[in-house]
Design a protein around this ligand. Structure first.
Ligand code: PLP
Length: 374
């Protein structure tokens, strides 16, 4: 042992203590406050398919057995559903796990992980956890800017992480912009397309990234069962990509990283097209309603296509913070955006009819009171 080694308390690798702990959407209201309306984590308003719940329950009889490590049946079901080669799919404990595995397998100290300014927080966290350097490219009008990203690519760039559509802005890059961004990347840089909200999107200009992932050696698309499918508690995501990258993920992942109840529920969810359609229709209808309502209240709503809206207040962070508190006192939880550098905004997930109406009514009350006192 070298002299001086291990004479202090254990010390983590450089970068780890620069991580600001990820704080999920709040799930508790203050004591004494009644109804809980949770619109803080972009969860499914309608919840999971009853068939998925039944499959989850049935898996309870086999809890003493290890899961199927390769998740073969689930990968076949995904292959059928999206017309993909199951051999090019890897499942993960949430897509968060897949994003973290990709970053730690391809980037380390001295390497850069690039994403856009208001990109999903986990990219920065996973980059720092791997000892790599996070680099953010500026956005224009809450939109990822392909040229700004390309302008930040250098010899140390290892991965470009892009949520499409993005959380928390809800905006997306068109198929053509994605192709252009990919074409501008050196072949050694992995382009990760995080399509967590793809199932909600019905826009001819949008592409989840399947074609790019199919045709390129350096593209991976990630997806999740946490949002449209309403299975966030089970932690299940998956990715599709070039065989070489899939091989790397299969080497580094835990051998049983996806539980059997999660696999069973997901297979059943994929077979319940009626529930999927209902969730999509509900979201489309109420996102449009919520965005129109908040716009009519004088808030700026970022034009998005996901299961949440990002609304901006017009006096710096003051009103957004106060509005968040006001809602919380009424048992309504939404997401403050300080961690994203968007402290003047609130992110509100689309809920059930009553929940959407409750949040809109409470904001009317808040803004009316604020205008009177101004
Ligand atoms: C919710 C979300 C995820 C995480 O999904 P999990 O599968 O639950 O880990 C990934 N990316 C984005 C952009 C998200 O909003």
């Amino acid at each position: 042992m070298s002299p001086g080694a291990n004479v202090t308390n254990p010390i983590p690798r450089p970068g780890i203590l620069d991580i600001a702990t990820y704080v999920g959407g709040e799930s508790e209201t203050p004591p004494g406050v009644g109804t809980l309306i949770k619109l803080s984590s972009n969860e499914s308003a309608l919840g999971p398919s009853r068939k998925a719940v039944a499959a989850y329950m049935a898996a309870g009889d086999r809890l003493h057995r290890y899961p199927d490590g390769p998740a073969a049946e689930l990968r076949r079901a995904l292959g059928r559903r999206w017309d993909l080669d199951p051999a090019r799919i890897v499942c993960g404990n949430g897509s968060d796990e897949i994003l973290a595995m990709l970053i730690s397998a391809y980037a380390g100290p001295g390497d850069e992980v690039l994403y856009s300014e208001y990109g999903f927080l986990m990219y920065r966290i996973s980059a720092l956890a791997a000892g790599a350097t996070p680099v953010a490219a500026p956005e224009t009008d809450y939109r990822c800017d392909a040229d700004a990203i390309l302008g930040k690519v250098g010899p140390r760039t290892r991965l470009v992480m892009l949520a499409n559509p993005n959380n928390p802005t809800g905006t997306f890059l068109s198929r053509g912009e994605m192709q252009r961004l990919h074409a501008g990347l050196p072949r050694g840089v992995i382009f990760v397309i995080d399509a967590a909200y793809a199932e909600f999107v019905d826009d001819v200009g949008y592409d989840a990234g399947i074609e790019l992932a199919e045709a390129s050696e350096n593209v991976v698309m990630t997806r999740t069962f946490s949002k449209l499918y309403g299975l966030a508690a089970l932690r299940l995501g998956w990715c599709y990509g070039a065989p070489e990258i899939i091989d790397v993920l299969n080497r580094v992942r835990g051998p049983f990283n996806v539980t059997s109840p999660a696999q069973a529920a997901a297979v059943a969810a994929l077979a319940d097209g009626a529930h999927e359609d209902a969730a999509r229709r509900h979201n489309e209808c109420w996102r449009t309603w919520l965005a129109a309502k908040l716009t009519a209240l004088g808030l700026f709503v970022v034009p998005g296509i996901t299961n949440f809206v990002l609304a901006r207040f017009d006096d710096g962070n003051r009103s957004a913070v106060a509005a968040g508190e006001f809602l919380k006192e009424r048992g309504i939880l939404v997401r403050g955006m300080e961690a994203y550098g968007l402290g003047d905004c609130l992110r509100i997930s689309v809920g059930l009819e009553d929940e959407n109406k409750a949040v809109a009514e409470a904001l009317v009350e808040f803004l009316t009171a604020r205008r009177k006192s101004a």
